[in-house]
Design a protein around this ligand. Structure first.
Ligand SMILES: [Zn+2]
Length: 150
């Protein structure tokens, strides 16, 4: 699956989930309330940005086009989580993303939907060995093809 198609599918899945969410600007009474009695203005808001599959010069360029130099309110870059497959990833590119403040996570060795433990742990080992990213810093995992094995 191409990176562009994967990105479109992620957006469509997010839109489908958002459509079922009862909270809208017109129906604020249906919105979940902040925990601990906090005022809405006191609750930090987070958006996570994630990417899947091999880190290559092509995928890196596509991500840069999408983010387009966007910054956080404080002027810092927007960090992402990269769910990386070992297959086809350029180790130096994954290392550069990590050193730039992004999270590197595993996405199996070969992008399988229902991975064995070796596919998951092997990807983590490969990333640590090939990129020098400390093993304890590689914590996230996502199945190939966005399969939920939860
Ligand atoms: Zn993937």
């Amino acid at each position: 699956m191409s990176l562009n198609l994967a990105a479109v599918l992620v957006v469509l899945l997010a839109a489908r989930q958002a459509a079922g969410y009862p909270c809208t600007p017109a129906r604020r009474a249906d919105c979940p309330k902040p925990p601990g009695g906090l005022a809405l203005q006191q609750v930090p808001q987070f958006i996570t940005v994630t990417w899947d599959d091999a880190v290559t010069s092509q995928s890196f360029g596509i991500v840069q086009q999408i983010l387009g130099g966007l910054k956080q309110r404080n002027g810092c870059p927007i960090p992402s989580t990269y769910y990386v497959t070992a297959q086809d990833t350029v180790p130096a590119a994954a290392q550069a993303l990590y050193l730039a403040g992004n999270e590197i996570a595993t996405h199996t060795l070969t992008h399988v939907a229902y991975p064995s433990a070796q596919e998951v742990v092997g990807c983590r080992d490969w990333l640590a060995n090939k990129t020098g990213i400390p093993r304890q810093k590689i914590n996230g995992f996502r199945c190939g093809r966005l399969v939920d094995i939860g």
